[in-house]
Design a protein around this ligand. Structure first.
Ligand SMILES: Nc1ncnc2c1ncn2[C@@H]1O[C@H](COP(=O)(O)OP(=O)(O)OP(=O)(O)O)[C@@H](O)[C@H]1O
Length: 239
């Protein structure tokens, strides 16, 4: 997807993040300068503690770098105040986390509706749930759904507000390979259908094959970026 004319959706310049816990300073990110492009699906790979989540949280406006600059399209996030960052998250970003964070007392449809009620131009909850293959399960509660189905509800919730970017932190981390594959197929489907720029963090190296580009983290740095000449769909990846 990185055509010669592809525009960056995110750009970072010398981003450093130091967690100062008093006794020790942890350098979570060291001089990360990288772009993610419009419409691409990027996989962020790297060992535990290499800085992937910190990086994704900064892109999503959930955390601030210690130094360095970050842009979402033309907007600099690093100079935005908390109110502007809240607006940015609400209007532009869909998050998917390892644990689905669904409200147990609400049905799948109602969980999605929590977001569509406050979004600017949402799709109807039923449409979002159909997109992730759960049209038959809309009125079920989370406890009546498998882990993979719950994660797909979480994806429907993230996508229903028609975000520009989808940031996914270990979306298959709690799932077996079969349900994990369904979740990854869902993310690919959304990227293919809407061109939603998508970043997926994983520990699982096999998953990199579904990406347009693979960004490898090591010790808080971007160690290497590879573009996949041929992509493999999640259903054909064995892991
Ligand atoms: N709130 C925090 N306070 C102190 N240190 C932190 C905090 N959050 C993250 N870290 C540290 O920053 C480093 C990078 O963490 P991060 O979670 O970004 O890595 P990761 O690559 O996403 O790891 P994992 O794959 O295990 O989630 C780690 O050493 C971690 O312990």
């Amino acid at each position: 997807m990185k055509d010669a004319d592809a525009a960056p959706v995110f750009r970072t310049e010398n981003v450093c993040k130091i967690y100062d816990t008093g006794e020790v300073k942890v350098h979570a990110l060291r001089d990360v300068s990288v772009s993610l492009f419009e419409k691409e699906l990027a996989v962020l790979l790297g060992p535990s503690g290499s800085g992937k989540s910190t990086f994704l949280n900064i892109l999503g406006g959930l955390d601030h770098p210690t130094t360095g600059r970050v842009w979402f399209r033309e907007t600099e996030l690093t100079t935005a105040n908390d109110r502007a960052l809240t607006r940015y998250r609400r209007d532009h970003v869909g998050f998917v986390f390892q644990f689905y964070n669904l409200v147990p007392s609400l049905t799948a449809r109602e969980n999605v509706q929590l977001v569509t009620d406050v979004a600017k131009t949402p799709m109807p909850p039923a449409e979002a749930l159909a997109l992730v293959g759960l049209e038959e399960r809309m009125d079920h509660f989370p406890a009546q759904l498998s882990g993979g189905e719950q994660q797909r509800v979480a994806i429907a919730r993230a996508v229903a507000k028609r975000p520009d970017v989808l940031l996914c932190d270990e979306p298959t981390g709690a799932l077996d390979s079969k349900t994990g594959t369904q979740v990854l197929e869902t993310l690919k489907h959304i990227n293919d259908t809407f061109g939603t720029s998508t970043a997926v963090i994983t520990h699982n190296a096999a998953i990199q094959q579904m990406a347009h580009r693979v960004i490898r983290f090591q010790d808080g740095r971007v160690d290497r970026i590879d573009e996949n000449a041929t992509r493999v769909s999640p259903a054909e990846i064995s892991w």
